[in-house]
Design a protein around this ligand. Structure first.
Ligand code: ATP
Length: 754
């Protein structure tokens, strides 16, 4: 048994809490008309999620709440609790006991709880559908509704049978999947339109990115080219500088030497100006030498005259000596003195005036001749003459010394003079050399200067190249950043080091070609514009990631749409198959129950096909609601028709059955349905009302039989039915309009029922 109890509180006439325990397979609820029995059946409908107010005999939610009667105040809330024993897990929830509760408030707000947790209606319906107690309520037959299944449209009948067969769960799933599919298709559409929206932007960004990538590649190429170019240029500059320095070294040194030499030569030339002073000295010496020579000559002449005088005196002396021998002439001393007195002034004059020396000497000599010729002297003169001669000899000796001195002086002067002359000659030679040297130096200098001039052109070119190198490095930094310094690690493709020799031996034109290639790439890069395009790359990455995400989402959505379609199809097939199967099984039972009821005859269900009406399902706050729209000409839908043939009667067709017959047929069908997929409980509210005694017995037999598979709650006035119940509840209503439930004995029940 699954159903344990029902608690009603504030619901309709049950102002006070009422608890009904169902611990018997068959429970009967009895009581006088209007006491509130049907309210119990409705309490079941209510708690199991019934949404139709009509089925609950009301218009609004408020109608379900104890409204007060007499002096009893109104309730604000109606609640019903049903307790199931779930030890056999007939409800797919992992609890031993499942309590489903529903409450409604005056503002029509409903509350649903499963085991105390607030849930949605949908959750309640889904949970119950697994136990074949769906909202179509085929297991709750309200008063006067026994033949409801016969009165319903073939489509609604089908729904009831589906419900009884426990197929509702598939329908829920189908509907749910349909809704999901719809939502998925909407999502697919919006994803597609989103992608379509961003597509041009992605395309634009992609082109930009392509450009950036190309520029990046070009920048990479440029880096490689730069590396070699700068490595070569750097080496070229350093090496060329070295070569130039070495070229400059010798001419510079030479020039310095020449300048030094020039200075020296100039000094020599300047010094030659001092030769004039030497010339003056020469002249002075020449003069002195002349004077010395003249003095010497005068002395020599004096000497000559003296010697002549001495000679003459000697002769006189000799003659005197002869004559004295012969004549014995004696020259007095007075005579000699007179001669000396005569000659002496002349000699003095001679000394004083050398120019008249000759004339004087002559006149002196003449005086002497005359003296001797005319005998101015007489007698013996020999003594005087000898005296005279001795004095002259003395004088000669003095003169000799003086001549020797004069000669010595002249010689010395001559030597000095020669020395100066030599010096002058020497000076003349060196100034000539200096002049020559100046000319040579100047011409050499101008040659070297020309050479240096040429080299300075090279130097200029080199410094221009150096400036250009620095400029190019700066520019390169803009394009390749710090990678520009990598040129220092440059090696040739063979890993061979780039040497100065290699660089210098290459023609400059090649390096120029490299530079031009670099320039071309630079211009192209500049034309492309933009820096690293980080923003664009970032945006492209983001946008394309978003697009990729959308694409993945689209694939996922399409897959889930496909899955849903498949699921719907599968569910549809399953539903169809299980339905056909179920109907066949019901038919078998239906025939048996029918035969049992009518003692023969035949009854069957058949699946009909008719044009489908559009079904619109909406989820409202009250749960799923289904509407039918105009006929859809395209689709066909199935329904269920009931055909009966009563024994011994020619009656065929439901319309022609009597009330009792309709009730019996309905009961047969309901019981048949319950046999195939027994619901945990069945509530039959005065289903037996129209039966006569014989049929009541048959009915009770069937009920008893049915109670083996489903718990039965029977609201009845029928004695026969009451007699089969294990538990009997009597419902009473006092003057306050409040229903009360109490357990009663069979006899009491019979009494209460009346
Ligand atoms: P019968 O045997 O004639 O079918 P019953 O026992 O099935 O009668 P119900 O139809 O269950 O009787 O009960 C109807 C009673 O419930 C009426 O008296 C009605 O006034 C009362 N009732 C219904 N709704 C409310 C409400 N909201 N507040 C108070 N009383 C209510």
């Amino acid at each position: 048994m699954y159903l344990k109890s029902l608690e009603i509180s504030g619901f309709k006439s049950f102002a006070k809490k009422a608890n009904l325990k169902f611990d018997s397979p068959i429970s009967a609820i009895v009581g006088p008309n209007g006491s509130g029995k049907s309210n119990i059946a409705e309490a079941f409908r209510f708690v199991l999620g019934e949404q139709s107010m009509k089925s609950l005999r009301g218009k609004r939610g408020e109608d379900l709440i104890w409204n007060g009667a007499g002096d009893g105040g109104r309730a604000n809330r109606a609640s019903v609790k049903v307790v199931f024993d779930n030890s056999r897990r007939f409800l797919p929830i992992d609890f031993e006991e499942v309590i489903i509760e529903r409450a409604v408030y005056r503002d029509s707000v409903n509350e649903y709880l499963i085991n105390g947790s607030q849930v949605r209606l949908k959750d309640v319906l889904e949970l119950l559908s697994a136990a074949h107690i769906g909202s179509s309520g085929h297991h709750i037959i309200s008063q006067g509704e026994a033949d409801k299944i016969l009165n319903s449209s073939s489509r609604d009948r089908k729904t009831m049978i589906e419900d009884a067969l426990g197929l509702k769960i598939y329908q829920y799933k189908c509907l749910e999947s349909g809704r999901k599919l719809l939502k998925t298709e909407e999502n697919i559409k919006s994803v597609i339109s989103l992608r379509r929206e961003i597509a041009p932007h992605i395309k634009f960004l992609f082109r930009q990115v392509e450009k950036i990538e190309k520029a990046k590649t070009m920048r990479g190429e440029l880096g490689v080219l730069y590396k070699e170019y700068f490595a070569r240029e750097n080496l070229y500059l350093t090496e060329t500088r070295k070569i130039l320095e070495s070229k400059l070294k010798s001419p510079r040194e030479k020039l310095a030497t020449l300048e030094h030499e020039l200075a020296r030569a100039k000094k020599v030339l300047e010094d030659s100006v001092s030769k004039d002073s030497k010339t003056e000295e020469v002249i002075r010496f020449e003069k002195e030498m002349k004077t010395a020579r003249e003095e010497k000559d005068a002395l020599l002449r004096e000497l000559g005259r003296l010697e002549g005088e001495i000679f003459s005196l000697k002769k006189i002396i000799e003659r005197e000596q002869k004559s004295s021998r012969a004549e014995n002439t004696t020259v007095s001393a007075g005579d000699i003195r007179a001669l000396v007195e005569k000659v002496e002034p002349q000699i003095e004059t001679l000394k004083e005036n050398p120019t008249s020396l000759f004339t004087l000497i002559k006149s002196t000599i003449d005086s002497l001749k005359n003296f001797i010729k005319y005998g101015e002297y007489s007698g013996s003169v020999t003594g005087e003459v000898e005296e005279e001669m001795n004095s002259l000899e003395e004088k000669r000796k003095g003169l000799d010394t003086r001549v020797k001195e004069a000669e010595q002086k002249e010689k010395e002067l001559q030597r000095e003079y020669n020395k100066i002359r030599q010096e002058i000659e020497k000076d003349k030679d060196s100034s000539r050399d200096a002049e020559k040297a100046v000319f040579r130096i100047l011409s050499e200098e101008s040659r070297i200067r020309a050479e240096l001039q040429k080299l300075s052109g090279e130097e200029d070119r080199l410094s221009r190249d150096k400036e250009a190198f620095a400029r190019e490095l700066d520019e390169a930094k803009v394009f390749v950043g710090q990678a520009v310094w990598q040129f220092k690690d440059f090696t040739l493709s063979e890993g061979e080091a780039l040497t100065a020799e290699i660089v210098i031996s290459e023609s400059r034109g090649k390096q120029e070609e490299r530079r031009k290639t670099i320039e071309k790439i630079k211009i192209r890069l500049e034309d492309m514009g933009g820096g690293g395009g980080e923003e664009i790359l970032k945006e492209y990455k983001e946008v394309s990631e978003r697009d990729a995400f959308l694409e993945r989402e689209l694939t996922d959505l399409e897959k889930s749409a496909d899955d849903l379609k498949k699921l719907i199809e599968e569910l549809g097939k399953k539903l169809q198959n299980e339905f056909a199967d179920g109907v066949a099984k019901i038919n078998k039972e239906f025939q048996e129950f029918f035969e049992l009821m009518f003692g023969g005859g035949s009854a069957s269900l058949s699946i009909t096909k008719e044009k489908k009406r559009k079904r619109i399902s909406e989820e409202t706050s009250e749960g799923m609601e289904t509407f039918y729209d105009e006929e859809d000409k395209e689709e066909i839908e199935e329904g269920i028709e009931v055909s009966v043939s009563l024994p011994r009667k020619r009656i065929k067709g439901l319309m022609m059955l009597s009330g009792g017959e309709r009730a019996l047929t309905s009961i047969a069908l309901l019981f048949a349905m319950s046999q195939v997929k027994p619901p945990p409980f069945i509530i039959l509210d005065e289903t037996d009302a129209a039966l006569d005694e014989a049929n009541s017995r048959k009915y009770s037999d069937m009920v008893e039989n049915l109670s083996k598979s489903s718990q039965l709650i029977l609201i009845t006035h029928n004695r026969e039915t009451m007699s089969r119940a294990g538990v009997l509840y009597g419902v009473t209503m006092d003057s306050s309009g409040i229903s009360k439930v109490l357990s009663v004995k069979f006899d009491e029940a019979v009494a209460v029922a009346k």
